[in-house]
Design a protein around this ligand. Structure first.
Ligand code: SF4
Length: 486
C-alpha cells in the first residue's frame, strides 16, 4: 500500500486513524473539519505560487507527473523543478515542493509551509522527503523550509522575498533522520496489517481535545454523557477512570476528586437537573448598562494578506449583526455584509451610527470580537474611539455558562449552538443553509474571490445574513431567559 507524506504525518499523530482511512475508507468519517481543511489546502497552493516566484528558472512538472517522468526531467538541462515525484520500492511516495539540482549532482529540497513559523520538532514531513530521495539514490545536501514571514505587512503589490522566509533546517533534519526512518518503516508495516483492534483506540485514555472524528468508531461502548464531556478534566483523571472501566459520568464514584465546577456538571447529569447560581447570574447581569448591543462578527482569515496593512493569517471582518435592546425591552436590528474584499470602513461607520458610544456590547466568546476590534484599530484608525469603547464595554455572555448555569443537556459544552436549543427550543440553527462560522467564511470567500462562483448571489447573501442574525438573536433570547429565572 502506498504511503505519502500526508499519510505519514497522520500516522505520527494517530496510527489507528490512518489504518482506518487506508483499509476501510467507507467507515472513515469525513468530519466537520473538512471544509476547514479544504481551505487550508487551497491556501497552501496560494503560498506555493508565491514561493515559486523565488525561483525564476524553475520548471513546473505537470500535476500528477509520475516518478518516471521526474527522472527524465532531472536528466535535462534544467536545475530547479516544482513538484517532482519519487517513489521507493516499498511504495513510499514523495512529491517535493521545490527541488534544486547543483553542479556537483547533489540536491537541495525546499518544503513550503503556509505557517508563519517553524514549529519546534515539526520537521518530520521534510525528513520524509529526504528519506525518499536518498532511497532512490540521490544525495540531498541541504533542506530548507520556506514559510510566511510573520512580520510581513502588505503595502501595494506583494513582494515574495519579503512575504516569505527561507530557513535552513539541514542540521535539525540530520538529527531526526534515523528515528524518522524507523517511523516510516513502522507506518508502512502498520497500514498493511490485515486487522487491528477496532474496539478501542489510544485516545480512550486522553481528553476530548485529542479526539478525532473516528473516536466513536473505535470506542462504541462509550455512553452518552461520558467522562470526556467533563469541563477541563485532566488526562490523569481520565486515565484513572478508564482503567476502572468507568466511562460514563454515571459510573464515577461519589468520592472521586473533581473541582467544584466539574462536580456541578456531574451532579447535573446524575440528577438530570439544571443547576443555576441565580444570585451570581443576577449580579453579573446587573452590571450591564442599557442599551444592550448583542454583536457578532464573521471573518475571513487568509494566509496571504489580501489588503494593505494586513499580515499573514489576519482576519478580515466581512459581516456583522447587532440586536440592540433598550431598557423597556424594545429590540432593533442592524446588519452589514461586505460585497468585495475591502476593509469594513462602511460597516464601522454604519455600526457607529446605529449604536453610538452607548451601553454595553454583548458577545459570545468575547475575546474573538475584542481581537478583531484591536486589529481594526490599526487598519482603520479613524474609528479608534468607537472600537476602544466597544472593547472596554464588552461582556461575554458565554461566561455565565462556564459555572453559574450548568445543564446536563449541554454535554459539557458552552457553545451557543448547544445552549440555545436547550434554553429556547423554538430557535434552532438546523433549518439554516449556513450552519457555522467555517461554512460562512468559506461561502463568502468563494462568492467574492471566485470568478466561477455559480450559486445565486442574492440567495447566498440572504443565507449569510440569516445565519449571523440568528447568532445575535440567540444571545437576546438566552439573555431574556436568564433575566426571567424562577
Ligand atoms: S480518537 Fe485519537 S486515537 Fe482514536 S482514531 Fe482518533 S486520533 Fe486516533
Amino acid at each position: 500500500m502506498q504511503i505519502t507524506k500526508t499519510n505519514f504525518i497522520q500516522y505520527l499523530h494517530c496510527p489507528e486513524s490512518l489504518w482506518l482511512l487506508k483499509n476501510k475508507e467507507e467507515d472513515y468519517p469525513k468530519g466537520e473539519f473538512s471544509l476547514f481543511l479544504e481551505k487550508l489546502i487551497k491556501e497552501g497552493y496560494e503560498v506555493e505560487e508565491y514561493a515559486k516566484l523565488l525561483f525564476p528558472n524553475g520548471i513546473n512538472l505537470p500535476e500528477n507527473a509520475t516518478p518516471q517522468y521526474t527522472q527524465q526531467q532531472l536528466a535535462s538541462d534544467n536545475n530547479v523543478f516544482f513538484q517532482p515525484s519519487f517513489s521507493t520500492q516499498k511504495g513510499v511516495f514523495a512529491r517535493i515542493d521545490v527541488l534544486e539540482k547543483l553542479a556537483n549532482d547533489t540536491y537541495l529540497i525546499y518544503e513550503i509551509k503556509s505557517a508563519s513559523s517553524i514549529k519546534k520538532g515539526k520537521l518530520e514531513d521534510a525528513c520524509f522527503q529526504k528519506y525518499v530521495l536518498q532511497e532512490r539514490g540521490y544525495t540531498v545536501s541541504k533542506i530548507f523550509i520556506i514559510h510566511l514571514n510573520k512580520d510581513y505587512v502588505k503595502q501595494g503589490e506583494i513582494i515574495p522575498n519579503e512575504l516569505l522566509e527561507i530557513a535552513d533546517v539541514t542540521e535539525q533534519i540530520d538529527n531526526l533522520y534515523s528515528s524518522v526512518v524507523n517511523d516510516i518503516n513502522a507506518a508502512s508495516n502498520f497500514i498493511n496489517k490485515e486487522s487491528i483492534n477496532e474496539d478501542e483506540c489510544s485516545c480512550r485514555h486522553k481528553t476530548r481535545s485529542n479526539h478525532c472524528d473516528s473516536f466513536k468508531y473505535f470506542n462504541k461502548d462509550v455512553p452518552d454523557f461520558s467522562i470526556y464531556e467533563i469541563a477541563r478534566i485532566s488526562a490523569k483523571k481520565i486515565e484513572m477512570l478508564v482503567d476502572n472501566n468507568q466511562l460514563g459520568i454515571l459510573d464515577i464514584p461519589l468520592d472521586f476528586e473533581l473541582s467544584t465546577i466539574q462536580q456541578t456538571q456531574v451532579e447535573s447529569v446524575r440528577q438530570e437537573l439544571v443547576l443555576i447560581n441565580k444570585p451570581a447570574i443576577d449580579k453579573s447581569l446587573s452590571k450591564l448598562k442599557f442599551p444592550l448591543h448583542f454583536v457578532d462578527y464573521e471573518t475571513f482569515p487568509t494566509a496571504i494578506p489580501k489588503l494593505d496593512y494586513m499580515g499573514p493569517h489576519n482576519h478580515l471582518v466581512f459581516q456583522v449583526s447587532i440586536h440592540t435592546m433598550q431598557e423597556n425591552g424594545d429590540l432593533t436590528h442592524f446588519d452589514w455584509l461586505g460585497t468585495t474584499l475591502e476593509q469594513p470602513i462602511e460597516m464601522l461607520k454604519q455600526m457607529q451610527d446605529f449604536t453610538g458610544l452607548t451601553g454595553t456590547f454583548i458577545s459570545w466568546n468575547a475575546p474573538f470580537e475584542i481581537s478583531r476590534n484591536k486589529d481594526m484599530l490599526v487598519w482603520i484608525p479613524q474609528f479608534t474611539d468607537y472600537l476602544n469603547y466597544m472593547n472596554t464595554h464588552m461582556f461575554d455572555l458565554m461566561n455565565i455558562f462556564k459555572s453559574d448555569y450548568v445543564d446536563y443537556r449541554f454535554h459539557g459544552s458552552t457553545s451557543i449552538k448547544k445552549v440555545l436549543p436547550v434554553l429556547c427550543p423554538q430557535f434552532s440553527y438546523s433549518d439554516l443553509e449556513v450552519q457555522d462560522g467555517t461554512m460562512a467564511l468559506d461561502t463568502w470567500g468563494r462568492m467574492v474571490t471566485d470568478s466561477n462562483f455559480k450559486e445565486d448571489k442574492n440567495t447566498v447573501r440572504q443565507n449569510l445574513l440569516d445565519y449571523c442574525k440568528l447568532d445575535t438573536l440567540a444571545m437576546v433570547k438566552i439573555y431574556e431567559r436568564l433575566t426571567n429565572l424562577d
